[in-house]
Design a protein around this ligand. Structure first.
Ligand SMILES: NC(=O)c1ccc[n+]([C@@H]2O[C@H](COP(=O)([O-])OP(=O)(O)OC[C@H]3O[C@@H](n4cnc5c(N)ncnc54)[C@H](OP(=O)(O)O)[C@@H]3O)[C@@H](O)[C@H]2O)c1
Length: 240
């Protein structure tokens, strides 16, 4: 397939899994719109490494106005976006019963409604052209964990299935559900990351590049017969 004809948007693309996705698509020759919210220095550094192929755009993708501005800027730079990676997300830190309803709603807005808003804008701007969406869910949607985080990712997985039907036949929609992956999300809990890696069937945790490999596959034409699927990439941790 010819990646040079593809224009990819990665939300939250300056760090962690998002960054690995940006670099994976850009190194294959795609043009990549790198959305970031607060990590401006990191975004500019990546854009400097991939001159002319990575275009950084600041914006909070949980807000509709910011999403519209993001797509406007992207289209002016690269033309229409045909591939979307809904990666931006936050993690839950507050345990039940301290978790308030308002904090729960903030989580849903960041991890579920935000990706919905971005996908809706993406689909409307495609105007019938073919495209692909990959949502970044989580293994933790399948296990007991933070109430708000697990609920937000379970909803994202379910939304993947519903949107695959709603956006067919021209747009494929899939999700990658990572297990424990070495990013800043675990910055304060390296011991836990090590311990969880040891518990997995494959006795390892993932690198961001492991997740990006699955994302680029699902976004590629090699996955042309796959839609509405959630691919667990967790080293078998959920089976252990
Ligand atoms: N690491 C894991 O073990 C793991 C496991 C399962 C799923 N995941 C999922 O993988 C995705 C990426 O997480 P990560 O591990 O790479 O964590 P990370 O290093 O903390 O990165 C999170 C990214 O999300 C961005 N972001 C958050 N809210 C945003 C918003 N409203 N608008 C724009 N960008 C926003 C951040 O942007 P700024 O830095 O610019 O603010 C940052 O780039 C998340 O959806 C997470 O739930 C991670």
């Amino acid at each position: 397939m010819n990646w040079s004809e593809r224009v990819v948007l990665v939300t939250g693309g300056a760090r962690g899994i998002g960054r690995a996705c940006v670099e994976a698509f850009a190194s294959r020759g795609a043009r990549v719109v790198l959305n970031y919210r607060t990590s401006g220095d990191e975004a500019l550094a990546i854009a400097a490494d991939y001159r002319k192929t990575v275009f950084p755009v600041q914006g909070d993708v949980s807000r509709e106005e910011a999403i519209r501005k993001l797509f406007d800027a992207a289209v002016t730079e690269f033309g229409a976006i045909d591939t979307l990676v809904n990666n931006a997300g936050i993690v839950g830190r507050t345990k039940f019963p301290d978790l308030t309803g308002d904090a729960f709603l903030d989580m849903l807005n960041a991890n579920t409604v935000g990706p919905y808003r971005v996908t809706r804008e993406f689909f409307q701007r495609l105007e019938g052209r073919p495209g692909a969406v990959v949502n970044i869910g989580s293994m933790r949607a399948f296990l007991p964990t933070s109430v708000d985080y697990a609920a937000s990712k379970t909803a994202l997985h379910n939304m993947t299935v519903s949107l695959a039907k709603a956006m067919a036949p021209k747009v494929r929609v899939n999700a990658v559900a990572p297990g424990f992956t070495d990013t800043d999300m675990h910055a304060g809990s390296r011991d836990r990351l090590d311990a969880e890696g040891k518990k997995a069937l494959l006795e390892r945790y993932s690198t961001p590049q492991d997740i990006a490999d699955a994302v680029t596959f699902l976004a590629s034409d090699r996955a042309r017969s796959i839609t509405g699927q959630v691919l667990l990439v967790d080293n078998g941790r959920s089976l252990a």
